[in-house]
Design a protein around this ligand. Structure first.
Ligand code: G3P
Length: 494
C-alpha cells in the first residue's frame, strides 16, 4: 500500500510536511523553515518541503563521499537489479503517483500516467543498456614512432558525486533520467528536486531507496534555488552537475559551478518551419500537439511557426478547424481536458500574459486565446509576429505559439539560426529529401521532419546548442556522460 511504502517521507500532518533524505533516513531540517507547495488547479496546499541548512548539506556531502566508494564497489549486476526493482515499484504505484503528479503540477491524468509508465520503462532500459558499456585496450605501436612497449587499458569509471537538479514539468521522469544513469555508473547522487513538483520527485526517490540503493549513494536535499542553489552547485564535494531547467538558471549555475562536468538541458523556444508542399492536416495536428501539450510547458514545445504568407494562411485555417477537437482547457483531472490544464503557478500565468500583451503592443494580433483566469492561460495563437517581439525573443513557457511570415526558406533559416536557443526544430514538407537539406542548415540539437519536437524516444540522443544545453542525454549518451574514462598504461620493461 502507498501509505506504508511512502510512510517515512512526511510527518503526515494536514497538510503534510515532507522530509529530506540525509543518506540514511528521512528527517526534518534543523532550519525550521519550509516552503509550501500549492496546486495550480485550485491553489490548495499539497504539502510543504523542508529548507535544509548549509550544515545539513555539508553532512550530506560527507555521506555521499563515503557512500559512493561502497556503491561503486557494488557489482554492476547488483546495481542493475536494484534499478529494475525501482522500476517495478514505480509501475506498482502508477495510479498513486499519477494522481499526485496531476495535483501538484497540473498535468492531465493522461499525461501524468504516461510520465510514470515512461519512467519505469526508461529505468529498465538504462539497466539493460549499462551492461553493454565497454572499455577498450590500445596498443602503442599504432601511433608512428612508438614500439609495442605500452598497452593502454581504458575503462569507464564514476565521476564521484553527481548533483542532479530536476525541473517542475517532469519531476518524476526527468529525475529518473538523471538518477538512473548516475547511479548505474557508480556515482553517488545528491538530488535537488524542483520546488513545485518536489513532492512527486521525493516519492520517486523513495522507489530507488526502497529498491536497495544503499546509505549515502542517494541523498535528497530540498529548498528553493535561492535558498540553497548557489551553495550546492559550488560545493567542492560535487564532481558533476546534471540539470534541466531554464536557460538563465543554467547559465548562472555554469558560472558558479567552477571546474565540474556539466550536463544541461535548458530552454528550447523551438521553431516549426512549414514548407509550401507540407501536408496541412498532419502539420496542423503536430503543431497543436507540439505547442499546447502540458499547456506548452515543455522545453521541446513549439513556440513559433515560420512559413510563406499563403502557407501560413492555409495552415491557420486548418489549425482553427482542428483546435476544438484537439484542445480543451480545464481541470487536468477531468477526462474532458485535452492538452491544456493550468500552468504551474499564478505567477507563471501572469508572466505569460504579460509577454502576450507586450507582443500585441508591438504589433502582433491574437488569432485565438490571450486571456487568463488564475493559473489557467487560454491556448493562444498570435499572428503578424516578428522575431524581435517578446513572445519569440523570450521562451514563453506556456500555451502560446506565434506565426511569423517569411519571404523564403532562406529568411526562415536565418531567423532560426539567429535565435539564442537551439534545442530542436521541426520542418514540415512532403519531400523528406528537401527536409534533410533544410535540416542540415539549422544550428539546433535535433531536427524533426514532419513531427513536433520531442525528447523521446528516450534512447535517441537529446541535446541543445547555444543557450539550450551542454552535453548529450539519451540512454547510452547519458551513461557515458555520467562516467569518465580512466586509462591505465602498462609500460613494458625496455
Ligand atoms: O521539458 C522537458 C523536455 O525534456 C521535454 O521532454 O518528452 O516532452 O519532449 P518531452
Amino acid at each position: 500500500m502507498p501509505e506504508e511504502f511512502f510512510e517515512t517521507l512526511s510527518n503526515h500532518a494536514t497538510p503534510p510536511v515532507y522530509r529530506f533524505f540525509n543518506g540514511k533516513e528521512w528527517v526534518e531540517s534543523a532550519s525550521g523553515k519550509t516552503v509550501e507547495i500549492h496546486s495550480p488547479i485550485d491553489d490548495s496546499v499539497v504539502g510543504a518541503l523542508q529548507v535544509v541548512t548549509i550544515v545539513e548539506i555539508d553532512a550530506v556531502m560527507t555521506s555521499a563521499k563515503t557512500g559512493q566508494a561502497k556503491w561503486e564497489a557494488t557489482p554492476l549486476n547488483q546495481r542493475v537489479k536494484i534499478m529494475h526493482l525501482a522500476a517495478d515499484w514505480i509501475r506498482h504505484f502508477e495510479e498513486y503517483l499519477s494522481t499526485l503528479l496531476a495535483k501538484e503540477i497540473g498535468k492531465s491524468m493522461g499525461e501524468a500516467k504516461s510520465e510514470i509508465v515512461r519512467t519505469a520503462d526508461l529505468i529498465d532500459y538504462y539497466a539493460d543498456e549499462v551492461q553493454s558499456m565497454r572499455g577498450e585496450t590500445l596498443d602503442s605501436d599504432n601511433f608512428p614512432g612508438y614500439d609495442k612497449g605500452r598497452i593502454g587499458l581504458i575503462e569507464r569509471v564514476a565521476w564521484g558525486t553527481v548533483l542532479a537538479i530536476a525541473p517542475f514539468n517532469y519531476p518524476v521522469n526527468l529525475t529518473a533520467s538523471k538518477l538512473a544513469p548516475a547511479l548505474l555508473m557508480g556515482n553517488a547522487v545528491v538530488f535537488k528536486p524542483p520546488t513545485q513538483g518536489g513532492i512527486s520527485a521525493l516519492h520517486l526517490a523513495q522507489a530507488f531507496l526502497k529498491a536497495g540503493v544503499p546509505e549515502g549513494a542517494l541523498t535528497c536535499v530540498t529548498g528553493t534555488g535561492s535558498d540553497i542553489g548557489d551553495y550546492l552547485v559550488s560545493h567542492p564535494g560535487i564532481d558533476c552537475i546534471t540539470f534541466t531547467g531554464n536557460s538563465d538558471t543554467g547559465e548562472a549555475i555554469a558560472k558558479k559551478a567552477g571546474m565540474k562536468t556539466l550536463v544541461f538541458e535548458c530552454g528550447g523556444n523551438n521553431p516549426a518551419l512549414v514548407l509550401p508542399d507540407a501536408d496541412m492536416n498532419l502539420t496542423a495536428r503536430e503543431i497543436i500537439k507540439g505547442a499546447f501539450s502540458y499547456a506548452g510547458q515543455r522545453c521541446t514545445a513549439i513556440k513559433y511557426v515560420l512559413g510563406m504568407p499563403d502557407t501560413l494562411a492555409s495552415l491557420q485555417t486548418v489549425i482553427m478547424k482542428q483546435m476544438p477537437e484537439l484542445v480543451h482547457m480545464g481541470d487536468p483531472r477531468s477526462p474532458e481536458t485535452k492538452l491544456v490544464g493550468p500552468v504551474v503557478s499564478i505567477a507563471a500565468a501572469e508572466h505569460i500574459q504579460s509577454l502576450i500583451g507586450e507582443t500585441v503592443k508591438a504589433g502582433a494580433k491574437i488569432i485565438t486565446g490571450g486571456r487568463r483566469t488564475n493559473a489557467f492561460v487560454e491556448p493562444t495563437i498570435l499572428s503578424d509576429v516578428r522575431p524581435e517581439m517578446p513572445a519569440v525573443r523570450e521562451e514563453v513557457f506556456g500555451p502560446v505559439v506565434s506565426f511569423i511570415t517569411v519571404k523564403d526558406i532562406g529568411e526562415a533559416v536565418g531567423i532560426i539560426n539567429a535565435s539564442r536557443f537551439g534545442l530542436q526544430a521541426s520542418v514540415f514538407t512532403q519531400d523528406e529529401g528537401a527536409g534533410i537539406v533544410v535540416a542540415k542548415q539549422l544550428n539546433v540539437g535535433t531536427v524533426q521532419i514532419n513531427g513536433s519536437p520531442q525528447r523521446g524516444p528516450d534512447h535517441f540522443p537529446f541535446l541543445g546548442v547555444k543557450r539550450s544545453g551542454l552535453g548529450v542525454q539519451g540512454v547510452h549518451y547519458s551513461l557515458e556522460e555520467m562516467s569518465r574514462l580512466r586509462p591505465i598504461v602498462i609500460n613494458k620493461p625496455r
